[in-house]
Design a protein around this ligand. Structure first.
Ligand SMILES: Cc1cc2nc3c(=O)[nH]c(=O)nc-3n(C[C@H](O)[C@H](O)[C@H](O)COP(=O)(O)OP(=O)(O)OC[C@H]3O[C@@H](n4cnc5c(N)ncnc54)[C@H](O)[C@@H]3O)c2cc1C
Length: 547
C-alpha cells in the first residue's frame, strides 16, 4: 500500500546538506519535508567539530578583521590540486558568505571561531591566520521540542562545548584546565556544542517554520515522470510511502563511507574505517545512478582523518572510528611509526599524515606507511584525554601496553632495535624542542590543535616514561566520489545536461568545488552552501537577491 503525500521540496538526509536545503526552502515559502533514515537527526554533521570555512564572511568584518576574496580563491586553487571544477569553486567562494548571512538573518546563531588559522597558513598562497572559521553558537536541547534527545552524538565532543571554546580555553589538549563550573552548567542545561549545535540551531529554525521532519524514513527510489524527478519512494516503520515533490528532491544522504563495496570501488585503501554513523552508506549515489546521474571522483583525495578504532557503544558496529587528527596526534610524548619502526612525517599536521599514509611506493609496490601505529608513553596518558575519556582515566585494555619499548615493539611485531633507534632520535630532538627530521610542531595549525600551555613545547615531548602504549592507526575518509553536480547543485545526467528536479549537496555530491585538498570547515560549509543554492533554484529565486 503506497501512501501519497505532496510537498514542494523533499530533502533526504538531516546533516549539514539536508538542514541547509530544508531551511533555505522554507525561507522561500516552500512546503518542505526533511527525511532521515536513522532515528536520530544530524548524521555525521552532529558528530563533527562544527567548523565552517567562509571567506569574507560578515562576522569577520564586524570583528574588524579583513579578508580578500582573491586571496581565498588563490588558497582554494592551491587546495584543489587542480582537480576542482572552476565554476563550482567559484560558486562556493561567492555564495558561502551569502548563505551564511541569509541563514543568520533567519535566526541561526553563528559566531567567529577565532585564532584558528587555515591548515596551510602561512605556507600556501592566500591562506589566512584568522577570521575565515565560523561555528554555530551552542544551543540548549529544550529549544528542539520533541527532538531534544534525538540528535546524533559523536564520541568526541563534551556537552555544550564548541570548538571555539576549546581554542579559547587553551586548546583541545588542555581539557584539564577548562573551566569546570562552566562545563557543569552546560551539561546540566543540556547544551549542544560543535556539530550538535550546528544541527540544533538549524533544527530550531526548521521547527519554527513548520518543516515536516521524519526520522526513521528510509528513502529508496527516485520517482520520475516525463524525465523529471517528481518525488521519492521509501519505507517508514514497514510502510511503503511515496512523497511527491512539486519543485524537486535534494539528495543530502552523505557519502558512502559505511558501504564496504563502494569504499573498495572508489577509495581502495587498506585500514579504512567509516568516520560517520552507519546510515551513511551511499544511498544518494545509488538512487541517482539508477536514473542515469553522472558521478565524479577527485583524484588524490586528502579529505581524510587519521585515528584508531574504539569499541562502539551500541550495535550494529562492534568498533568505531575515533579521529585523533586534531586531538591526539599532535600532542607531545607521542609518535607514529610504520612497520619498519620508522617515523615518516610531521604527525602534528594530520594532512601530512594522510598524504604519507596514502602514498604508494612504486619500488616496493605497496603502501610503505600502512600498517601504522601511534605510540605514546605514560606522560601522554597522564596529561591528555585518550579517545575522549575523562582525564586520568586508565588507558583501556584494548590498547597494547608494555613496560619497555623493546617489549612494546615485540608485542606489535616491530624490530626492537629499529624502534629504539627511532625513539632515541626523536627524543634527542624533542628535548631541544625541535624535530630536525620532519618539523613536527612548526606550523601554526599544529600549535593551535595541541595547545597545552604547561608543556615545554605544544607538540614535542620525549617518549621516556613507561608504560608505553601502541594503537593501530586507521584512515577515516570523506568520500572522494559522489554525484556530479553543477554550480546550483543540480545533478548532471551521464549524457551532460542537468536532471530536471534533482539536486544533491553535502557529501552526496562529489567535492567538485574543493578538489583534492582538505581544509577544516569546507566540508560542512559546502553542504550549507549548495543546499541553500539548490533550494533557491528549486524555488525559482535568484541567489544574488540574498546579497
Ligand atoms: C570527528 C569529525 C570532525 C569533523 N569536523 C568537521 C569540521 O569541523 N568542519 C567540517 O567542515 N567538516 C568536519 N567533518 C566532516 C563533516 O562532518 C562531514 O563531511 C559532513 O557532516 C557531511 O555532511 P552531509 O550532510 O553530507 O552528511 P551527514 O551529516 O552524514 O548526513 C547525511 C544523513 O543522511 C541520512 N541518510 C542516508 N541515506 C538516507 C536515506 N536513504 N534516507 C534517509 N536518510 C538517509 C544519514 O543517516 C545521515 O543522517 C568532521 C567529521 C568528523 C568525523
Amino acid at each position: 500500500m503506497v501512501a501519497e503525500q505532496e510537498f514542494d521540496l523533499v530533502v533526504v538526509g538531516s546533516g549539514t546538506g539536508g538542514c541547509g536545503a530544508a531551511l533555505a526552502g522554507a525561507m522561500q515559502g516552500l512546503k518542505v519535508a526533511m527525511l532521515e533514515k536513522a532515528e536520530r537527526l544530524g548524521g555525521g554533521t552532529a558528530c563533527s567539530l562544527g567548523g565552517l570555512w567562509v571567506p569574507e564572511n560578515h562576522l569577520l568584518a564586524e570583528a574588524g578583521l579583513a579578508d580578500r576574496m582573491e586571496a581565498a580563491r588563490e588558497y582554494s586553487l592551491f587546495l584543489s590540486g587542480g582537480s576542482a571544477l572552476p565554476e563550482n569553486m567559484d560558486a562556493y567562494l561567492h555564495h558561502a558568505r551569502l548563505a551564511l548571512a541569509d541563514f543568520a538573518r533567519a535566526g541561526v546563531a553563528f559566531r567567529l571561531l577565532r585564532r584558528l588559522p587555515d591548515h596551510y597558513y602561512p605556507s600556501a598562497p592566500g591562506s589566512s591566520a584568522d577570521g575565515r572559521m565560523v561555528e554555530a553558537v551552542p544551543i540548549a536541547r529544550r529549544a528542539l521540542g520533541p527532538w531534544a534527545d534525538r540528535i546524533e552524538e559523536g564520541v568526541y565532543n563534551l556537552p555544550g562545548v564548541s570548538w571555539g571554546d576549546a581554542v579559547a580555553w587553551g586548546g583541545l589538549g588542555n581539557a584539564a584546565d577548562w573551566p569546570k563550573e562552566e562545563l557543569e552548567r552546560r551539561k546540566r542545561e543540556g547544551m549542544l556544542g560543535c556539530g550538535g549545535a550546528l544541527v540544533g540551531q538549524f533544527l530550531a529554525q526548521l521547527l519554527a517554520r513548520g518543516v515536516s521532519i521524519r526520522a526513521g524514513f528510509r528513502a529508496e527510489r527516485l520517482l520520475v515522470e516525463n524525465g523529471r524527478v517528481c518525488g521519492i519512494a521509501g519505507t517508514q516503520q514497514g510502510r511503503v510511502l511515496a512523497l511527491r515533490a512539486r519543485r524537486g528532491v535534494v539528495l543530502a544522504t552523505g557519502g558512502y563511507e559505511g558501504n564496504d563495496a563502494l569504499v573498495k570501488r572508489f577509495e581502495g585503501l587498506p585500514d579504512w574505517m567509516s568516520i560517520f554513523p552507519p546510515g551513511v552508506e551511499g544511498d544518494g549515489l545509488v538512487m541517482g545512478s539508477e536514473i542515469g546521474a553522472a558521478t565524479y571522483k577527485v583524484p588524490n583525495n586528502l579529505a581524510m582523518l587519521v585515528g584508531y578504532a574504539i569499541p562502539a557503544p551500541a550495535p550494529p558496529r562492534e568498533w568505531q572510528f575515533f579521529s585523533a587528527s586534531v586531538r591526539g596526534l599532535s600532542y607531545p610524548h607521542s609518535i607514529l611509526v610504520n612497520d619498519r619502526a620508522g617515523r615518516f612525517c610531521d604527525e602534528s599536521q594530520f594532512q601530512h599524515v594522510v598524504a604519507a599514509l596514502t602514498r604508494f611506493d612504486l619500488a616496493a609496490h605497496r603502501y610503505p606507511n600502512l600498517p601504522c601505529w601511534m605510540l605514546f608513553d605514560a606522560q601522554y596518558a597522564r596529561r591528555y584525554s585518550f579517545a575522549a575519556r575523562p582525564l586520568g582515566a586508565p588507558i583501556p585494555d584494548w590498547v597494547t601496553r608494555a613496560d619497555s619499548l623493546t617489549a612494546l615493539a615485540r608485542a606489535i611485531g616491530l624490530a626492537p632495535d629499529a624502534l629504539a633507534e627511532t625513539v632515541a632520535r626523536f627524543n634527542a630532538g624533542a628535548e631541544r624542542g625541535e624535530d630536525p627530521e620532519f618539523g613536527r610542531g612548526s606550523s601554526a595549525f599544529a600549535r593551535s590543535t595541541a595547545g597545552d600551555p604547561k608543556a615545554r613545547h605544544p607538540n614535542l615531548g620525549a617518549l621516556a616514561e613507561p608504560p608505553f602504549h601502541a594503537v593501530r592507526v586507521k584512515i577515516g575518509g570523506i568520500s572522494a566520489a559522489g554525484l556530479l553536480t553543477d554550480e546550483v547543485a543540480r545533478v548532471r545526467h551521464v549524457r551532460g545536461p542537468a536532471i530536471p528536479g534533482l539536486y544533491a549537496c553535502g557529501n552526496a555530491a562529489a567535492p567538485t568545488e574543493s578538489g583534492a585538498g582538505y581544509q577544516a570547515g569546507v566540508s560542512l560549509m559546502r553542504g550549507l552552501t549548495f543546499g541553500w543554492l539548490a533550494a533557491r533554484h528549486a524555488a525559482g529565486a535568484d541567489a544574488e537577491t540574498a546579497a
